[in-house]
Design a binder for this molecule. Structure first.
Ligand SMILES: Nc1nc2c(ncn2[C@@H]2O[C@H](COP(=O)(O)OP(=O)(O)OP(=O)(O)O)[C@@H](O)[C@H]2O)c(=O)[nH]1
Ligand SMILES: [Mg+2]
Length: 442
């Protein structure tokens, strides 16, 4: 899966990488190609539009890391936005506070429900649970037989009844069986239909009422592309899904369903089926899939490392400056300028570990107008005075005040503020500074 998309994206990024500097035009051209590649991979057009908009906005407002090339930065952003499109973090299986936890598998005919029920039961068994499989698909004897065979193969108990039994009966008896076996999980395989119809929905609603499943998982065939996405939306509106299982991920070379379904339906992908064999099944990790699609495991690892050392270097430099008290007024000046660009100082301080409680008690002087005044004062100082403010006595203070059109008291207040800031800094630099604050200390 994703071979074609992966190949196309690879070409786009290689082309970007061969250029030294990237202008807005290069970025737009690259994003145009990314958009085409996604559309060709059958990704939902709304997802594509939203994705490329997000990437574009971020590339334009990006903080340039010296240790990365522009192309690497774009790869990093594309990777992060791919992960976000796929759901962000891993969505695990929920369990009930009181066992057994019930997972009900729903889906259209042939989507892989029965196979997946067995795969999921085996997965749970391997993680130390004791599952019971339930054949709630009692309309077709062959369906029950299929589950019985799988259960036997895997040595996992299967509860079934003779054809014709009502699903209400099956559910009630299955729960009793689960209790008798001290099963921790009940995996219910339901009957599929060719299309979503009322009869199926009524039956599913009934099973849901009887068993109060903690998980209602839609099993959906990834090879059906955008149909899969539509089916997920339909099912979700009818039975409130808790998760998706995408099957046959081994089959489709395009992968549009996988890339669109979470974003469009809002339901997290919890597992994927990657083959007919019973162990061809795994939890879904958005970040792993994203790096597989980008096909750039090495580049991404490199980017992560470069970022980490970059942050560390910055934090380390700053720490040294503060510790050796060489954090001078020049630093203060550039810091104030950075703050001016970044928004209200109270918000920034809230993000600093250990400083949030000071947020409401910051000295005045951080408003826009005040900042200008402060800047003027600092610029009226000689470099020597900025470097070593202790030499600023009465006459220097008056000169600086005259030069910047303020009173000597204003100059004094600024110097006091600076000392307060130094104190705050000393407290704030204990841990690693959050990345978005690094701009303050340039
Ligand atoms: N390649 C591949 N085949 C799969 C996967 N999951 C299921 N299949 C195949 O899909 C076919 C249908 O699977 P079933 O589990 O019977 O589907 P179902 O949803 O229970 O079908 P009905 O009970 O008829 O509604 C079988 O041939 C499975 O082997 C998968 O992840 N990859
Ligand atoms: Mg089946």
């Amino acid at each position: 899966m994703f071979e074609i998309l992966s190949g196309k994206l690879g070409t786009v990024f290689r082309r970007l990488g061969s250029k030294g500097r990237l202008g807005e035009k290069d970025i737009d051209e690259a994003l145009r190609q990314v958009r085409l590649a996604l559309l060709e991979a059958d990704v939902n057009f709304r997802v594509v539009k939203d994705f490329t908009t997000r990437v574009r906005e971020r590339t334009l407002g990006v903080e340039v890391l010296q240790s990365l090339t522009p192309a690497q930065q774009i790869i990093k952003i594309v990777n992060e936005e791919l992960i976000a499109t796929l759901g962000g973090g891993q969505s695990r299986l929920e369990s009930s506070p009181q066992p057994p936890s019930v997972a009900m598998l729903v889906g259209l005919q042939g989507s892989g429900k029965t196979t997946t029920a067995a795969k999921l039961a085996l997965h749970l068994k391997h993680s130390g649970q004791s599952p019971l499989l339930v054949a709630a698909d009692n309309r077709r004897p062959a369906a029950v037989e299929q589950l019985l065979i799988l259960g036997k193969q895997l040595d996992i108990p299967v509860y079934s009844e003779a054809p014709g039994a009502t699903s209400q009966d099956i559910c009630a008896h299955a729960l009793a069986k689960a209790k008798a076996l001290a099963a921790t999980w009940v995996i219910v395989d339901t009957a599929g239909r060719l299309h979503i119809d009322e009869a199926m929905m009524t039956e599913l609603a009934q099973v849901k009422r009887e068993l109060k499943p903690v998980e209602i998982l839609l099993v959906v065939d990834a090879m059906t592309g955008q149909d899969a996405v539509r089916i997920a939306e339909d099912f979700h509106s009818r039975v409130s899904l808790t998760g998706l299982i995408l099957t046959k991920m081994d089959g489709d070379a395009r992968g549009g369903a996988a890339l669109s379904i979470r974003w469009v339906s809002g339901v997290p992908i919890k597992f994927i089926g990657i083959g007919e064999k019973i162990d061809a099944f795994e939890p879904f990790y958005p970040d792993r899939l994203a790096s597989r699609i980008l096909g750039m495991g090495d580049v991404l690892t490199f980017i992560e490392k470069a970022e980490a050392t970059f942050d560390e270097q910055r934090a380390e430099e700053l720490k040294k400056k503060v510790q050796t008290a060489s954090f001078g007024l020049d630093d203060f000046l550039s810091q104030l300028r950075a703050i001016k660009k970044m928004g209200p100082v109270a918000q920034l301080v809230e993000m600093l570990p250990g400083l949030s409680q000071l947020a409401g008690r910051l000295p005045e002087g951080t408003e826009e107008k005040q900042l200008k005044k402060v800047e003027a004062i600092l610029l009226s100082m000689t470099p020597e005075e900025r470097h070593n403010p202790v030499i600023i006595g009465g006459s220097r203070r008056r000169r600086i005040a005259r030069g910047s059109g303020v009173t000597p008291q204003d100059v004094n207040q600024l110097l006091n503020q600076f000392h307060q800031m130094q104190k705050l800094m000393k407290m704030g630099v204990r841990g690693k500074l959050p990345r978005n604050l690094m701009g303050m200390f340039r």
